[in-house]
Design a protein around this ligand. Structure first.
Ligand code: SF4
Ligand code: SF4
Ligand code: SF4
Length: 265
């Protein structure tokens, strides 16, 4: 299968958050008490959480001399060479040839190195759970397996989340920019960030205005992560694994019955 990608077009997004609801529904994530404005933007919830795998950010930005609302979509970028997977000592995160970076919860020891390694600050941890795991967008890999498209893409009423072969999505993004050069910002976010990603963004404003990190290197950061991991003395990794093992035994044996497969497993 050719590598797939999502193309998110801020010019087409109307901020309805149907995608956020569809994501929560498909992935069985709970409702949670949230607070207004804890991240960049004016949205509620303010940021991603263990229960919110994608977030529409509400940004008031000056466009052509007047203030306008521009909406961004935050989620895992599904890096071509994911730093989270490079950092994981037990292979719980894995890049599929079809594009998604998936999380295999049964392997996870709860060390949270993936959270430190991700240049986009995406993975979250279920701190409130007695049996905690990492959570993040899976690109709906389970839906893709049966020929479907991501739930958020399916539900979007304006076609702001296109889905298809990555090469085709890059061509489509370039086509839209060429068709409206005075409207679009002339870059595709994700084309080169972290060595390229399977989530691509285009917009009428610079990407930092949408809450995206623009200090991410334009090369794969998994090599940096691997070198950092290699620099950690083997005894420290052994200690981390030991602590992780104790942690896992302490938390998971008691709650084994709640390990029923779900979308992020
Ligand atoms: S955005 Fe972060 S969590 Fe997602 S694949 Fe890249 S490194 Fe991993
Ligand atoms: S691809 Fe699936 S998991 Fe990711 S944001 Fe969209 S609905 Fe959520
Ligand atoms: S469903 Fe589409 S239009 Fe609505 S908030 Fe999500 S991306 Fe924007």
């Amino acid at each position: 299968m050719a590598m797939k990608a999502m193309l998110i077009d801020a010019m087409r997004c109307i901020g309805c958050r149907g995608c956020q609801v569809a994501c929560k529904t498909w992935n069985g994530r709970k409702a949670e008490k949230t607070e207004f404005f804890s991240g960049p933007g004016y949205q509620n919830p303010g940021d991603l959480s263990a229960e919110t795998l994608t977030l529409i950010t509400y940004n008031e930005v000056q466009v052509n001399g007047r203030f306008d609302w521009v909406f961004g979509k935050k989620q895992c970028m599904h890096c071509n060479t994911p730093a989270c997977a490079a950092a994981c000592p037990v292979g719980a995160l894995k890049k599929l040839e079809s594009g998604p970076v998936i999380y295999q919860k049964h392997r996870c020891i709860g060390c949270r190195y993936c959270m430190l390694a991700c240049p986009f600050e995406i993975p979250r941890f279920e701190y409130d759970s007695a049996n905690p795991y990492i959570t993040k967008c899976t690109m709906c890999a389970d839906r893709l397996e049966t020929g479907g498209v991501p739930a958020c893409s399916k539900v979007c009423p304006t076609g702001a989340i296109a889905f298809g072969d990555r090469d085709e999505m890059i061509r489509e993004a370039q086509h839209r920019i060429n068709q409206n050069p005075s409207g679009y910002y002339h870059e595709i976010y994700g084309l080169e960030e972290a060595g390229g990603t399977c989530v691509l963004h285009i917009s009428n404003v610079p990407f930092d205005k949408l809450g995206h990190r623009t200090d991410v290197p334009k090369h794969a950061v998994n090599k940096d992560t691997e070198q950092a991991m290699e620099a950690i003395p083997i005894v420290m990794l052994g200690l981390a694994a030991l602590l992780g093992g104790i942690y896992m035994l302490r938390t998971r044996t008691v709650h084994h019955e709640s390990d029923a497969p779900r979308a992020d497993g």
